[in-house]
Design a protein around this ligand. Structure first.
Ligand SMILES: *[C@@H]1O[C@H](CO)[C@@H](O)[C@H](O)[C@H]1NC(C)=O
Ligand SMILES: *[C@@H]1O[C@H](CO)[C@@H](O)[C@H](O)[C@H]1NC(C)=O
Ligand SMILES: *[C@@H]1O[C@H](CO)[C@@H](O)[C@H](O)[C@H]1NC(C)=O
Ligand SMILES: *[C@@H]1O[C@H](CO)[C@@H](O)[C@H](O)[C@H]1NC(C)=O
Ligand SMILES: *[C@@H]1O[C@H](CO)[C@@H](O)[C@H](O)[C@H]1NC(C)=O
Ligand SMILES: *[C@@H]1O[C@H](CO)[C@@H](O)[C@H](O)[C@H]1NC(C)=O
Length: 674
C-alpha cells in the first residue's frame, strides 16, 4: 500500500524511520480490524493520511492541518482562510522579565517531517523544529515536536506535542499555548460545551463594525445588526463560554444541514496548568475550537511560565482527540452532542493511551497510583473528632507550599474528587516527585502533606487516613457565605436588559451575563452595601463581587462595605477575622474596625490579576487572609462595624469576590499561646 514513487518524492521533506515501525500499539477492536488500513501519501508541500473514514492533510514540513475531509465534506476547516490559519499549534511568548500577560504570537511551524509509525493500524507523523542562536528574538527558544496520529477505524485523529527547553538556551516567558481549529462558517452554526450551554451561534461577521458594537473591551460585542436577526441585541463574548478545567472534557460544533459534528476531546487534565477549577476558553464564534494547554486566563501573570537561563524543561501536551461524528438519516443532528459525550467517556477510559510513540509519553504500566482517605478535624465545627472530607478535591502536584498548585504551570498535576467518606484514588500518575494537596468544600484553607511522594513505575501507594485541620482558633461568632472558593452563593443581579442573553438567564449560568459589575452602581447609587449579621441574608443582601461604583463622570469610586454585628467583647481577648477571597484583580482590600477614617488594621496590599469580574467568572485564584484583632479595637458591647474597602480604582474591573468571611473569638484559655 505504500507507493515507492510517493516515498521517494517525499524524501526531501520526510525522513522515514523504519526502526520505530513496530512501535504501534493500536487497539485492534473487531470493528477496527474490518476497517480500511491507514495510508499516507506525499504530495507537493503536503502530506495526506487517510483511514477510509477521515482524511487529513498537513502542510509539509510546517505540520499545520490544512484539510479535514469527512462524510463527503471536502474540508471541515475554513477554506477561505490561508492554509496556516485553519488548524495549528501556537504560543504567546515574551522576553524574560516582561510584565503582564501579553507577548508575541507564534504559530509553531515544523522544519522537518518524519513518519514515526506506519502500519495498516496506525500512522504517526512528527513535524518538528529546533532552535539555535540565529533564531534569537525571532522564535520561541523551544524545541517543538508536533505529533499527529490516525488509527485504523477511528473517526478522528489525535494530536500532542513535546516542548523542550535546553539548559544553554535563553530565558523567556511562555504566556499561552494551545491548538486552534477554525471551522467553516458556512457549515458549523451550533456550538456545545455542556448540557446547559449549547446554542445556535452568531457569525464572525456579526462582530464587525456596523453589525457589532464593541463594549467595555474588544472581546465583548453587542450585536446590533447581525446577519440572522434572532441574535440582535445579544452580547457575544467568548468568555461567557469558559468552563472549569474539570468540566472541560468535550466541546465543539455541529453542522446541522449535513449532520456532522466536530469535537475536541481532552481525556486528561494532567498537562493543563492551574488546577482543576481554573476556568478556560474552549469554543466560541468563529467557528473556533481551542484546546488551551496553558494560559493566564482567570489567573493572571502568576500563571506565566517563566524559564530561567540554565533551566532544562520538557513537557508533553496532549494527546487530545479530534472526534468527528454523524447521524443516520432522519436522526436529529443535535444528538451528536450526546454521542460526543459518549465518545469522551470512551477516551477517558482509554487514558493513558497505549499508542503514542514518543518515549516522552508514559504508558499505564510506567505510571503509579496514590490512594487514601482525607478526614477533617475542626473542633469548633463538629463534636466528632474527625469527619469525612466529603467531595474534597485532592491532587498531586510538584512539591511546594500549600496551595502552590494554583500557580504551578511547568509540570503535571493529577486531581480527583474524594467520595462521601473522603476516600480517593489517583491513577495514572507520571513518575516524579510530588506533594499531596487538597481542599474541602465547607472548610477554608489548603491541605498539604509535605512528605515528598516519589512516584516510580508501577507503584501503588496507599497513604491511609490523612487529617486536614483547617485554620481555626475559636468558635464562630458569625459567618457570611459558604467556603468553597466560589462567589456563586451570593446575590447575582439580573443583567441590564440591554445586555441580557436569554441562554444565560437562569442558574447556574446567571453570573456569566455581561456587565453585572455596573449593576452594583444601580443598586447602591449613593451608599455602599451594609450587611447586618442576624438580619441580612447573603443570598440576597451580599453582592457577588466587591466592585467599584461607576460615577456620573464614568470614573470609578472606591467602595466600602460594612458588616454590622452585635458583640459583647472581652477587651483582653483576641478575635480572628477569616477573609477568604474567590478572586482578586489589582485590588487592595483594607479592613477597618468601627472608625472608617482611621488607618486600616489590615491591608492585603495590591493583589491579584485574575480578571474574573470582567471575564464573567465566579472565581479566579483563591486567597485566604487570617487577621488577628485585639479586643480593644471593638466597642465592648452593642453594635460593632467592620469596614471592607477595596481601595484601588485606577480601572473599571478592579475588585474582589469573597468566598467566605468568618469572625472567631479565641477561647480565653489559649490567648496566651498566640
Ligand atoms: C488511501 O486510502 C483511501 C481510503 O481507503 C483510498 O481511497 C486511497 O486510494 C488510498 N490511497 C493510497 C495512496 O493508497
Ligand atoms: C525517587 O525515585 C527515583 C527512582 O527510584 C530516585 O532516583 C530518587 O532519588 C527518588 N527520590 C526521592 C526523594 O526519594
Ligand atoms: C503525610 O503522609 C505520610 C505518608 O506519606 C503520612 O505518614 C503522614 O502522616 C502524613 N502527614 C499528615 C500531616 O497527614
Ligand atoms: C466631571 O469631570 C469634569 C472634568 O474632569 C469636572 O470638571 C466635573 O466637575 C466633573 N463632574 C462631576 C459631577 O464630578
Ligand atoms: C477613585 O476614587 C476616588 C474616590 O472614591 C475618586 O475621587 C477618583 O476620581 C477615582 N479615580 C478614578 C480613576 O476613577
Ligand atoms: C477576659 O479575658 C481574660 C484574658 O483572656 C480572662 O482572664 C478573663 O477571665 C476574661 N473575662 C471574662 C469576663 O470572660
Amino acid at each position: 500500500m505504500f507507493s515507492g514513487f510517493l516515498f521517494l518524492s517525499a524524501l526531501s521533506f520526510c525522513i522515514f524511520s523504519p526502526d520505530r515501525l513496530c512501535v504501534t500499539r493500536a487497539q485492534r477492536s473487531p470493528m477496527a480490524a474490518m476497517a480500511t488500513g491507514v495510508n499516507i501519501s506525499f504530495q507537493e508541500n503536503h502530506v495526506v493520511v487517510n483511514n477510509g473514514i477521515v482524511q487529513i492533510t498537513f502542510s509539509n514540513p510546517e505540520g499545520h492541518i490544512t484539510g479535514i475531509q469527512y462524510k463527503g465534506i471536502d474540508n471541515l476547516l475554513e477554506i477561505m482562510n490561508d492554509e496556516p490559519n485553519r488548524g495549528y499549534w501556537d504560543v504567546v511568548w515574551s522576553p524574560p522579565g516582561s510584565a503582564g500577560t501579553k507577548g508575541t504570537l507564534e504559530r509553531l511551524a515544523g522544519t522537518s517531517c518524519e513518519v514515526i509509525v506506519q502500519t495498516e493500524d496506525q500512522v504517526e507523523l512528527s513535524f518538528s523544529r529546533t532552535w539555535d542562536s540565529s533564531h534569537q528574538g525571532k522564535l520561541v527558544p523551544l524545541k517543538i515536536d508536533k505529533r499527529y496520529i490516525l488509527l485504523r477505524g477511528s473517526s478522528g485523529f489525535y494530536t500532542y506535542a513535546i516542548y523542550e527547553h535546553l539548559e544553554e538556551w535563553p530565558s523567556f516567558n511562555l504566556d499561552n499555548t494551545r491548538i486552534a481549529f477554525k471551522l467553516r462558517k458556512d457549515k458549523f452554526h451550533y456550538m456545545a460545551m455542556s448540557d446547559d450551554r449549547q446554542r445556535y451561534m452568531p457569525l464572525p461577521d456579526d462582530r464587525l463594525p456596523g453589525r457589532g458594537e464593541e463594549l467595555a473591551y474588544p472581546e465583548a460585542v453587542l450585536l446590533v445588526d447581525p446577519v440572522e436577526p434572532e441574535f440582535k441585541g445579544q452580547v457575544d463574548d467568548k468568555y461567557q463560554y469558559a468552563c472549569e478545567l474539570k468540566d472541560l472534557r468535550v466541546h465543539g460544533w455541529i453542522c446541522t444541514d449535513l449532520a456532522v459534528g466536530f469535537w475536541q476531546i481532552t481525556p486528561s487534565n494532567e498537562f493543563r496548568v492551574g488546577g482543576p477549577i481554573k476556568p478556560e476558553l474552549n469554543s466560541h464564534v468563529g467557528p473556533t475550537t481551542l484546546a488551551v494547554f496553558a494560559s493566564t486566563h482567570y489567573g493572571g501573570s502568576d500563571l506565566v511560565i517563566k524559564f530561567s537561563e540554565g533551566e532544562s524543561w520538557k513537557k508533553v501536551f496532549g494527546p487530545i482527540f479530534i472526534y468527528l461524528n454523524t447521524v443516520l438519516d432522519e436522526e436529529d443532528p443535535l444528538t451528536l452532542w450526546d454521542d460526543a459525550k459518549t465518545q469522551m467517556s470512551i477516551e477517558v477510559d482509554r487514558w493513558p493511551y497505549d499508542f503514542p510513540a514518543s518515549s516522552d509519553f508514559q504508558y499505564a504500566e510506567q505510571r503509579g497510583v496514590v490512594s487514601g482517605r482525607l478526614l477533617v478535624q475542626d473542633r469548633f465545627f463538629s463534636s466528632d473528632d474527625c469527619i469525612s472530607a466529603n467531595g474534597a478535591y485532592i491532587g498531586l502536584a510538584p512539591p511546594g507550599e500549600a496551595g502552590s498548585w494554583q500557580r504551578e504551570s511547568k509540570k503535571y498535576q493529577f486531581w480527583t474528587e474524594a467520595d462521601e467518606e473522603g476516600y480517593f484514588s489517583i491513577p495514572n500518575i507520571i513518575t516524579g516527585e510530588y506533594n499531596l494537596y487538597g481542599w474541602v468544600p465547607g472548610f477554608i484553607g489548603d491541605y498539604i502533606n509535605s512528605t515528598i511522594i516519589n512516584i516510580t513505575s508501577g507503584v501503588n501507594i496507599d497513604l491511609g487516613d490523612l487529617i486536614y485541620e483547617p485554620p481555626r482558633d475559636g468558635p464562630t461568632l458569625w459567618e457570611i457565605g459558604f467556603p468553597d472558593r466560589s462567589a456563586a452563593e451570593f446575590y447575582i443581579p439580573d443583567p441590564d436588559p440591554i445586555y441580557a442573553n436569554d441562554f444565560l438567564i437562569n442558574d447556574p449560568n446567571r453570573f456569566r451575563q455581561y456587565g453585572l459589575w455596573d449593576r452594583y452602581s444601580d443598586l447602591y447609587p449613593d451608599e455602599d452595601l451594609v450587611y447586618t449579621i442576624g438580619e441580612s441574608d447573603y443570598t440576597n443582601d451580599f453582592f457577588f463581587a466587591h466592585v467599584l461604583r461607576k460615577t456620573s463622570n464614568a470614573t470609578y469610586d472606591k467602595t466600602t462595605w460594612t458588616i454590622k454585628f452585635n458583640l459583647i467583647v472581652n477587651e483582653s481577648q483576641t478575635y480572628i477575622l477569616r477573609l477568604a477571597l474567590a478572586s482578586a484583580h489589582q485590588s487592595d482590600l483594607q479592613v477597618r474596625i468601627n472608625d472608617i477614617n482611621k488607618d486600616p488594621i489590615f491591608s492585603t496590599g495590591k493583589i491579584g490579576g485574575d480578571n474574573a469580574i470582567a471575564r464573567h467568572g465566579i472565581h479566579g485564584v483563591y486567597w485566604l487572609f487570617n487577621i488577628k484583632i485585639p479586643g480593644i479595637y471593638f466597642y465592648t458591647c452593642g453594635e460593632n462595624f467592620i469596614y471592607l474597602t477595596q481601595a484601588n480604582n485606577q480601572s473599571r474591573f478592579q475588585g474582589v469576590m469573597y468566598d467566605y468571611i468568618r469572625l472567631e473569638a479565641l477561647p480565653t484559655s489559649i490567648v496566651n499561646k498566640i
